[in-house]
Design a protein around this ligand. Sequence first.
Ligand code: GLA
Length: 369
Amino acid sequence: MQSIVVKAPGRINLIGEHTDYNNGFVLPAAIQQAAIVSISKRTDQQIHLTAVDVPDELIIDSLLHLSIQEKQWANYIIGVIAQIQKKYILPSGFNIALTSDVPIGAGVSSSAAIECAVAFGINELFGLSIERMELAFMAQKAEHEFAGVQCGIMDQFASVFGKKNHVVLLDCQSMEYQYFPLVLEGYQVILFDTSIKHALASSEYNTRRKECEQGVALVKAKYPTVTSLRDASIEMLNESIDFQTHPIVYNRCKYVIEEITRTQNACVDLQANNLEAFGQKMFETHQGLSKLYEVSCPELDFLVEQVKNNEAVIGARMMGGGFGGCTINIIQSEKASQIIKEIKTAYQKSTGKYLKHYIMRIEDGAGIL
Ligand code: GLA
């Protein structure tokens, strides 16, 4: 095989936010928007990169000399190539052309989509036989080492393992996963995009990770078997962290511990087709992310507040890392266009900004086109 075209999608996450790097549960799904890469072998050792949408290009002289680039889009690609080369030998250079319709900065993992498409594509093109799970981990590592975000595994996992019309419950401790059909008869999943991405998003993300680690260390001092917030209960938290002394760490841990339980319970609701109860938990998640975990922003809070008392909206919350991006909403199909219209007007009035929306379809994860 001399060339290949592959795609890897972005993701939504129904519930289980900021739980992945705490060994908790997440409930994501792959979406219709995807990164598409075309990769062809070269006869030399060079890597030629083309970002079709920017448009922009970059030539790397040798695939053996990879370093962080000024062009951010290139880091998502090179970061993955570097991970692959830690374990596998690539026999030649290659050309990669990238295009993507995953909205950037919307919290739907546009970067994971690129990373996973590249990982999947190189694996196929060179017949490396890397397992899907390892591809997801390589893509995650690329984000850590070349984009500087200490992300969890959810986004890359969802992009690689997504299944049409299903959500996937991932246990980020054991990496076991289970698909659930997402049957939303009469309802739609709709994202409202604030069009805001605060610059502090990545640094605050890394800070949250550290705060959780501090929390684990404090709990561990009293309960030595605890290795992550997955192992901790609210009682254990109360016994080992004094709110007065460590208010921030306490709140971060409280949110995570509650969210891990909430996600498990939400899956029970989903299986019982109890959408009302599921949606209620989404609102609770938002409250926790906003008040305890403090990763929301006024625009996201505004969007959730707007739909909160609307009977046609089953659930809503901010989605992804936070500090901008989208809210995810489950809305009665019949009322959807009216609600979208009203929210757009209200958002424009309140922020002066145009509110974008996306009606989501759940699709398969990474694959050959
Ligand atoms: C980002 C990260 C994920 C996850 C979410 C929050 O999308 O990449 O690993 O932590 O934020 O749930």
